[in-house]
Design a protein around this ligand. Structure first.
Ligand code: ACO
Length: 362
């Protein structure tokens, strides 16, 4: 029996998250992700995934301090960024910087290194934007918590409270999601007892594809196309009939509404600035779900987290080139937690392939 894409194959145990695809439930280390995103900060949920428990007040203060102290981008990383070709995408830059980070712990992955990789992402993005003449390089600030710092670095502007809250909700909801393709990549690399930077570099490479982290940009394109169409229903129907995948719809695990999409839609409903765009997103969702149910009955195709992620990022006025990078900036927490978990009880990943080519005589 061949399980293409390892569909349905269970190949490890995890204490990090539980996904119930039929009931639309996502749990991080025991807690519903939706509640965590409403009641806790990015740093608290990162701590939960790294240590398996929510932090005490002192532990939270310590981890926040570590985040703030790791923000300075070393000169050698600045030089690498400066010398990269201008046409490279932002995610290529983050992948390259991650692969070059000098780790503190050389023997095994540590939370200190996980913090270091997480924290250098916004600094690297800001420096790249500066090299592309898109904004001045902002002063590294230590008064902001991580999500506010992220927003400040990637926009070069003082972050607004409601924007930080919307982004923090998104970044908590997308921090961790079981053995998705990029996390699996990280665990495969870690399973050879390679180092944390290599494992996260593998994950970023996997994240880049349009079927995974690249989807929000495709959602934006779909909505832009819809905004110019006289007949959105027909436009969507033709796409599905041509065999195109609608970006932001469908999920390997969720066969009902993605709970993260519901939570993001809620927060957008409360804070939306661009009513027309939000109304268009809802209209396209309704039409697409109906078309998919007609043309692909029984497949359980609904919006996934990336659909409303695109709306959140548009609301924050983030440049589309930053969408996948922002997803990476949150998922890096799950990746690093999985790498540490993999090494607690490691077996190298080594599935088999069935040979279907010819065999020539020796
Ligand atoms: N649009 C149209 N049809 C779809 C879509 C879609 N978005 N998603 C699935 N289908 C159809 C497939 O064509 C297939 O039809 P068939 O049975 O006639 O062959 C059926 O539904 C099952 O789809 P699979 O691709 O086999 O489902 P799989 O679990 O392998 O793929 C995936 C899941 C990759 C997310 C897929 O739904 C997809 O490509 N979606 C669009 C890209 C996207 O939004 N990615 C973000 C995912 S969330 C994340 O990564 C954080």
């Amino acid at each position: 029996m061949i399980y293409k894409g390892l569909k349905g194959v269970v190949c490890t145990e995890t204490k990090l998250s539980m996904i119930d695809g039929e009931r639309g439930q996502l749990i991080y280390a025991g807690y519903p992700a939706k509640n965590l995103s409403k009641e806790h900060s990015f740093e608290e949920v990162a701590y939960l995934l790294w240590y398996g428990k929510l932090p005490s007040a002192n532990e939270l203060e310590d981890i926040k301090k570590k985040f703030k102290e790791a923000r300075t981008l070393p000169d050698y990383l600045k030089n690498i960024i400066k010398n990269l070709p201008k046409r490279l995408e932002m995610l290529d830059v983050i992948r390259t910087v991650t692969s070059s980070i000098e780790l503190i712990s050389t023997d095994k992955p540590s939370v200190d290194d996980a913090v270091r990789i997480t924290t250098l992402i916004p600094s690297a993005i800001a420096y790249r934007l500066y090299c592309l003449d898109k904004q001045p390089f902002p002063d590294i600030r230590k008064d902001l918590d991580h999500v506010a710092y992220y927003l400040y670095m990637v926009t070069g502007r003082e972050p607004r409270g409601e924007h930080v809250r919307a982004l923090e909700t998104y970044m908590i909801l997308t921090m961790e999601h079981g053995l998705n393709a990029s996390t699996f990549s990280a665990r495969v690399t870690a399973s050879s007892e390679s180092d944390l930077a290599s494992a996260i570099t593998s994950a970023i490479g996997t994240m880049k594809g349009p079927l995974h982290g690249g989807a929000p940009t495709g959602v934006l394109e779909l909505l832009n196309e819809a905004s110019q169409s006289n007949d959105i229903h027909q436009m969507i129907q033709e796409k599905v009939e041509r065999g195109e995948k609608l970006m932001g719809f469908g999920h390997r695990v969720y066969k009902t509404l993605d709970p993260r999409a519901i939570a993001l839609k809620d927060i957008l409903q409360q804070n939306k600035q661009d009513e027309d765009w939000f109304d268009l997103a809802i209209k396209v969702e309704d039409i697409a779900v109906n078309v998919l149910e007609d043309l692909k009955p029984g497949r359980g195709l609904y919006t996934n987290v990336e659909y409303y992620a695109a709306a959140v990022m548009k609301e924050l006025k983030l440049d589309p080139s930053l969408f996948t990078s922002t997803f990476t900036a949150s998922r890096v927490i799950g990746w690093t937690a999985h790498v540490m978990e993999q090494l607690e009880d490691n077996t190298i990943f080594r599935p088999k392939a069935e040979y279907v080519g010819p065999v020539f005589a020796e």
